[in-house]
Design a protein around this ligand. Sequence first.
Ligand code: DOR
Ligand code: ZN
Length: 420
Amino acid sequence: MLLIKNGRVLGTPFDACDLLIDDEKIVEIGESIEATADTMVIDAAGLWVAPGLVDMHVHLREPGFEYKEDILTGSAAAAAGGVTTMCCMPNTAPVIDNAGAIRNILDRAIEAAVTVLPIGAVTMGQNGQELTNFFALKAAGAIALSDDGNSVQNARLAYLAMELAKDQDLLIISHCEDADLVQNNALNEGRVSRELGLPGRPAIAEELMVSRDTMLAAQTGAKLHIAHVSTANSVEIIRKAKEARVNVTAETCPQYFTLTEEEVLKQGPLARVNPPLRTQNDVEAIIFGLLDGTIDAIATDHAPHSVEEKARELTEAPSGMIGLETSLALALTQLYHSNMMSIEEIIKLMSTNPARILGIEAGEIQTGAIADIVIFDPDEEWTVDPEQFKSKARNSPFSGMELKGKVKYTISRGRVVFGN
Ligand code: DOR
Ligand code: ZN
């Protein structure tokens, strides 16, 4: 048995109460629960006790790129960040495009500190040419389908994919960028790309695909989730689609409500990510989209790369940044401590809503529920030091940043997987 004492338990009317866990489940929540002899006790006085975070978008790099990250190190990073469930993207080598590959991830994930749910590819090898077997992927345990890293460029194939996904009741997660408009360019097209004399990835490359895919979702009735929204106009397109009752949801990531393209001037390749960091106007529109419910979720797009890879030239380095160990602190710092959002609203975006979108039992604290819990101090200040991360990777653009809000314990299926 595990007893959490005197915490501010989210979803209860008490300023402080106790929560008892037996095996995998929450068995009692109350104002004063007595510990028995064999009970482990966590003193949560002054801390919040919330449902564990559900991160819909991470790259665990296994199989094929274990030098960047693997399922176990990625899971340790998740635990340190308060994440108890995460969905891993299929852009591995080989690509997770068949039932056997899904089963391999699930087998490996048995040993992981947190729950790992694999996402299958939409097209074979994510090459945009031939659809995968949706039925077989779903039967093997794929939680959703995505060609993340790329959009399915061919509209006919994207249309067909949504029709099939609708039939199979599968969620499609769409990385929205028109390949011809972005090519392999490194940063947003705008002030900074002009200053550096480099070709950029224009906002409209994202917005065209957001438009296309929301229209295809409207036409087919498929469940569509837009990954890593980064522009003001994307937010507006999704807002309109939701008003028209299209079956669409959306996520953004901490980098898109915290950083702008200016970061590329300061940090070079560490600030390289797809879609790219944009402008202050976009940052504000993203935050507004989170506030008015247009954007349903905060995910990380945790994208580990090696030190050597990120040491290359801006134009040669791979895109992506890690985020599992900073996401809650960034949300608290940027959205809660700025008085824009309550802690309840942040947990909704990082746990309850993603759980609902995925259709999984998570994201709420109640008696009888699986004990997936994050315990955090919303006011503790700390400085980001990637050398301390559990992740294999160090490519955080938040290194040296002072954040307010710290994960103290993470409990996954009743087991303490992180705690100091
Ligand atoms: O910056 C990115 N990195 N964006 C993606 O969509 C893929 C990711 C990766 O896999 O590194
Ligand atoms: Zn991604």
